[in-house]
Design a protein around this ligand. Structure first.
Ligand code: SF4
Ligand code: SF4
Length: 133
């Protein structure tokens, strides 16, 4: 008679590490008009608006969640203001920290530890090249 015992479960397939894209998209917020065209084209919805508390609807900026970006380049292609660039993945966080003036990513810890980078959380965004008084 055949063995009626419970068969052991087959070994689980090894979990493959998520492969990072070679390049990730980074918004230079100094050139962003908040038109949101890029958001329409992103296939993984990783472009976020970063409204400021005193801004009207036309003064939103956007930033890209680099943990989700798949590097498809569609946002770069369709940004009317050419203010998104593809950056090598290993350099993308540092580049983003220099180009980000407002952030909504969780606590923005990645940006707060970069010397010389200031996130504007309140009030009007200073124009590029100007300083707050
Ligand atoms: S490169 Fe692709 S996935 Fe990344 S933000 Fe742009 S549209 Fe989205
Ligand atoms: S398409 Fe370009 S200018 Fe428009 S919101 Fe996106 S990054 Fe900003």
């Amino acid at each position: 008679m055949a063995d009626q015992g419970v068969r052991p479960a087959p070994p689980a397939a090894p979990v493959k590490a998520k492969k990072r894209p070679k390049e990730l998209a980074v918004v230079n917020q100094a050139g962003c008009t908040g038109c949101e065209v890029c958001i329409e084209f992103c296939p993984v919805d990783c472009i976020l608006t970063v409204p400021g508390p005193e801004y009207d609807q036309h003064k939103k900026l956007v930033e890209i969640d680099l943990d989700i970006c798949i590097g498809c380049k569609l946002c770069v292609k369709y940004c009317p203001w050419d203010t998104i660039e593809m950056i090598p993945s290993a350099e993308s966080l540092r580049t983003a920290s220099g180009w980000t003036q407002r952030s909504v990513l969780p606590d923005a810890e990645w940006i707060q530890n970069v010397p010389g980078v200031e996130i504007v959380r309140e009030g009007p965004l200073p124009l590029p090249g100007t300083k707050k008084t």
